[in-house]
Design a protein around this ligand. Structure first.
Ligand code: NDP
Ligand code: MG
Length: 391
């Protein structure tokens, strides 16, 4: 029986690589639902090839274009965030790849968990925003999660066959981004074009900026804390500029297991879709002799202050990480538009943290309200910075 799959964010970096894997194994996988944000042309093109049962566009202004193109082909269409979340209850697929960017992943993932779907989780923001709630829901559901984020996939692979009680430390590798060797003064003047040039990975714009500020690594520490139910003090980040060692697990006997590979997301996506099995790769193999040096260094949280937001979020708990995520979404968009500086991203996040009320045990409604309130607050903060700089 093939796995029937819903791909949320099919037009993005992870989404298109997911469709590559589905193409590679037509007897094993079938795309049944495709969903995108606003790139209706690409969604239509993908639907013509994959012939899903349903195609969804989040941007309701694009709905008539989608419907007119796909209804003659017998493909059902829908629009809006609610339609995407409602689709998670359809009985015609068993697996969902959550590859939309940012907060938009949270509500569909929660609905997919409640519907008992298998989840290939790329959207790390789901666990950043509401990790405590999401893992609680998972415990009471038939749903399973296999991570797609390369570091978490590596850790998941290293943990196979091991007793969780013997884990001493999770060691998450970080490329260090494009500004690893720059001084704090130099990064003050960074442009969006410079920050979008990641040295190792081809990814969507938002995660590329998060990698440049290293907030992505802070998010991955939070993601690991919830995915693997490991105490925060047992999770460490190490900078590894070659991005060959995707992450490691240290055990109580001193053994350290690592998963290595070329930097290419097809592997973790294929592993997650294949239920943690080893399906053959079409990418170039890793040749270790091509790498004279695999190096490791301590991350520098003075140069990259966003790294300090992981311990802060995990120590304070509650809605702290939700505030960080929402403020960052606004700040990254403002940075990409040239409204605020690279360092301004951290400043907007800490400003929001000191203004948005703390909630120690948030409900889902509290997370939604915190997100909306923070988006509003951070948007005003970015506009104020922009207007001040224009004077
Ligand atoms: P992209 O920006 O390339 O793609 C994002 C996808 O989400 C697009 O299909 C986009 O649609 C869709 N989308 C955007 N906004 C919305 C919305 N409001 N509602 C529904 N869909 C929306 O991002 P990536 O593929 O790089 O990243 C996706 C997720 O995977 C992120 O959470 C990221 O952190 C995570 N991830 C990505 C990695 C990578 O290598 N790219 C590695 C590890 C994790 P459209 O194009 O139509 O606007
Ligand atoms: Mg990653």
């Amino acid at each position: 029986m093939p796995h029937n799959i819903a791909v949320l964010g099919s037009t993005g970096s992870i989404g298109t690589q997911t469709l590559d894997i589905i193409n590679q194994f037509p007897d094993r996988f079938k795309a049944v639902v495709l969903a995108a944000g606003s790139n209706v042309d690409r969604l239509i093109e993908q639907a013509r090839i994959h012939r899903p049962a349903l195609a969804i566009i989040a941007d309701e202004n694009k709905y008539s274009t989608l419907r007119e193109a796909l209804e003659p082909l017998g493909i059902e269409t829908a629009a809006g965030a609610k339609a995407m979340a409602d689709a998670m209850e359809r009985p015609d697929f068993d697996t969902v790849v959550t590859a939309t960017v940012g907060y938009s992943g949270l509500l569909p993932t929660i609905r997919a968990i409640k519907a008992g779907k298998q989840i290939a989780l790329a959207n790390k923001e789901t666990l950043v925003v509401a990790g405590e709630l999401v893992t609680r829901l998972l415990r009471d559901s038939a749903s399973t999660v296999i991570p797609v984020d390369s570091e978490h996939s590596a850790i998941y692979q290293c943990l196979q066959g091991e007793d969780p009680a013997t884990v001493k430390k999770l060691i998450i590798t970080a490329s260090g981004g494009p500004f690893r060797t720059w001084t704090h003064e130099e990064t003050a003047r960074v442009t969006a074009a410079q920050a979008l040039k990641h040295p190792r990975w081809q990814m969507g714009a938002k995660i590329t900026i998060d990698s440049a500020t290293m907030l992505n690594k802070a998010f991955e520490i939070i993601e690991a804390r919830w995915l693997f139910d490991v105490a925060p003090e047992k999770i460490e980040a190490v900078v590894h500029p070659q991005s060959i060692v995707h992450s490691m697990v240290e055990f109580v006997d001193g053994a350290v297991k690592a998963q290595l590979g070329i930097p290419d997301m097809h592997l973790p996506i294929r592993y997650a879709l294949g239920d943690a099995s080893r399906l053959p790769s079409e990418e170039r193999p890793l040749s270790l002799c091509d790498y004279a040096n695999l190096t490791f260094e301590k991350p520098d949280s003075e140069k990259f202050p966003c790294l300090t937001l992981a311990p802060r979020a995990l120590t304070d708990g509650g809605n702290t990480a939700c505030i960080i995520n929402a403020a960052n979404e606004v700040a990254v968009a403002a940075f990409l538009k040239g409204q605020i500086s690279f360092h301004g991203i951290y400043d907007v996040i800490t400003d929001a943290l000191s203004h948005i009320p703390f909630i120690s045990s948030p409900t889902l409604d509290d997370y939604v309200a915190t997100h909306n309130e923070t988006i509003h607050y951070a948007t005003d903060a970015c506009n104020t910075i922009w207007l001040k700089d224009m004077r």
